[in-house]
Design a protein around this ligand. Sequence first.
Ligand code: CU
Length: 451
Amino acid sequence: MIPLALLGCTGPGPTPATPVDTDTDTEVPSPTPTADTAAPAPEAPTLLSPAEALDLDPAPDVLHVSLVAAPHTWDGVDGYAYNNQVPGPTLRARVGDTLVVDLDNQLGMPTSIHWHGVDVPFAMDGAGWQVSPVGAGETFTYTFTLEQAGTFWYHPHFDTEHQVDLGLYGVLIVEDPAEPVVDSELVVVFDGPAEVAASEEDPTVDPTPTTWLVNGLREPAWRPNAGETVRVRMLNASNAGYVALDDVRVIARDRGLLGAPDAAVVLAPGDRAELEWAVDATPLAVDAVPWSLAGPTVNPAVPLFTVEPVGASEAPEPVAWPFSPAGPTADPGHTDLRYTFTGSAAAGWEINGQTWPAIAPDVVSLGSEIILEIRNPSPAHHPFHLHGMAFEVLSIDGVPPAQRLTEDTLDIGVQETVRLRIEADNPGDWMIHCHILPHAEDGMMTVFSVQ
Ligand SMILES: [Cu+2]
């Protein structure tokens, strides 16, 4: 194990996150070993990508997998898992492929699978307005075509706060063969330890995790080869925690490659982002920038994982990603639909004064362009998530983004006003909700009905 004192963020490549501060007294003191008493420090577990699902169909354009949702003990908790692994198996397909997933529900309670970020037909969404879940002991086959490249994920959309918290989530990667192939990939899923109990019993308990699991492990060590370029695909599967990273090279967000790389990212619950990671020989610690439901904080940085490069090679040159810079669409000025997020932990959370399931769906016409304005006068951030369609961010507090930003999950800060453009091209009664799952469970959900 590399002593903390050797860790730092001084390499020439992208230097993720906060460097370990070596000149304060807040670090874990390094015991001075003596020949007789020193026990070797336990080696940190190695951070590896979650195992990928086996393809049951030999056809090159079909990915057919089996997912068994069942009880599973992990991180010392009696939780759940898909195929006995947390995160669940990564599903890797290509644009244009057909995905076929046989879900076998062995949980002893109803469940479903929602394909977060994927524009699926409504019947395959795993969620919705008055839609039945898959019953205990039953099976269901999800099948649809994958039309968009990017890093997506899957999770239950029934008893969501409880089932996701206890381990039911996995990553869906849709590759675009036109994109450059780099030396390797790392799939990283951030999650808090089982978070539900405390905030379920007392909703005023801040549900933000203070420790993180990375691919189910506590402070694992990533051991990549120095000199390699790694495409790091990240998912925040936490119920309520934010992972903020500075000094990184962000190449993609929710809906695939960006128009230009970015240097920082905040992953709200449900968000994905991808990094280009040029590995040099410098060990470092990756910490999350302090963040809370109210935004950036002065709390201590939270350790995520360490990087212990193998070899002495220098960082490689940047990859020539096919970025296609495009500015945001001009805001047409009118507003078709308004959502106001209100409430508090003590009083409950609402959209337009309505609490799920006592809501009236907002109905829009298939094929129309909808300009949506969201205001958040409540005292907490709320990651806005729309099912079935992506949306473009027109402005945040009146300021258009620096580049065209297409998302399916967007954090709305305290007192922020966000304007979005939705092409309502997918018929169905689509869920709209906050992706802080205790907020959603508490009623912060509504329906965007495209007819
Ligand atoms: Cu919320």
